[in-house]
Design a binder for this molecule. Sequence first.
Ligand code: HEC
Ligand code: HEC
Ligand code: HEC
Ligand code: HEC
Ligand code: HEC
Length: 170
Amino acid sequence: MIKKLLPLAFIGLAVAGVLLVGAMGLNWYYNGNKPDQPIAFNHNLHIEKVGLECTHCHRYTDKSPQAGIPSVSICMGCHESAAIDRPEVKKLRAFWERKEPIAWNKVHIQPWHVRFTHKRHIKAGIECTHCHGEVKAMTTVRKVRTLEMGWCVSCHREKNAPTDCLNCHK
Ligand code: HEC
Ligand code: HEC
Ligand code: HEC
Ligand code: HEC
Ligand code: HEC
């Protein structure tokens, strides 16, 4: 009896292992890259409570390839006076006084050979949420799409955007 069950137990273990690795992969897929940041910047708070538009800080989405990460001076436009008692805002002020730019860690990292541009996509009317998810609901921004080639290409096909290799590769 026990001898007969032993192989079953092994199969069970193997299946559990595969499921575990799969679940870890899915977790990465859905929760993506979410690096620690020099200052705990909260998107949800600034969008839902303070009422800012994305483009208040990411100023170049419709003008250039890069969306742009805001400089300390954009933050200080409010934080000369807003919430100055909070520890994370004190850190912000210290960067400002040292005239030191904040070295934010990247959330989205494309391989070097990929060409991407915000401008064309924003001008074509594609929303930030399509590619970045519901950032306004995120305390800490994270990557929610894998941004792999198949995903880019399938939308390009659907919308009659260019699909030749050199469009997206250098
Ligand atoms: C008050 C300024 C501010 C506003 C408003 C804001 N952001 Fe950000 N955003 C930042 C800062 C600072 C970072 C870099 C730190 C971080 O990753 O949290 C960032 C990072 C990001 C990133 C990750 C960038 C990377 O490293 O790949 C995305 C995506 C993003 N923001 C999208 C949005 C969207 C979409 C909106 C509107 C719904 C928005 N942001 C509104 C300041 C802002
Ligand atoms: C068609 C998909 C797509 C749309 C739409 C899009 N993004 Fe992005 N975004 C990306 C990709 C891909 C990257 C990584 C590209 C890179 O590393 O250059 C990125 C990177 C970023 C970054 C970090 C690097 C940078 O470019 O400064 C920020 C901030 C950002 N996006 C904000 C926004 C905001 C705000 C909007 C809406 C106004 C938006 N994105 C719309 C795909 C998109
Ligand atoms: C339009 C004004 C405005 C801008 C621009 C702005 N903030 Fe704020 N921020 C606020 C206000 C208002 C609060 C306090 C919100 C509350 O809790 O009621 C706040 C809160 C904060 C906090 C404290 C959050 C907490 O949970 O204690 C941090 C940290 C912060 N902001 C960082 C930044 C950074 C970094 C930037 C630039 C990338 C920035 N802010 C840009 C208005 C702004
Ligand atoms: C619409 C944009 C787009 C087009 C068109 C496109 N690619 Fe890509 N490609 C990407 C992106 C984004 C990545 C990086 C993400 C990934 O690895 O899936 C990539 C990655 C790759 C890689 C590296 C895969 C790896 O594992 O690192 C190769 C090789 C490649 N592409 C070849 C091609 C060839 C050949 C063509 C033309 C038949 C092509 N691509 C067309 C967007 C595109
Ligand atoms: C939701 C649909 C959609 C997704 C997803 C998307 N694109 Fe696009 N892309 C478009 C459209 C539509 C255009 C054409 C805009 C125009 O006609 O100006 C475009 C244009 C471009 C261009 C400019 C083409 C040129 O002629 O210069 C590049 C580069 C590009 N996309 C790369 C990418 C890469 C890389 C990804 C994935 C990381 C991606 N796109 C994901 C819809 C999309």
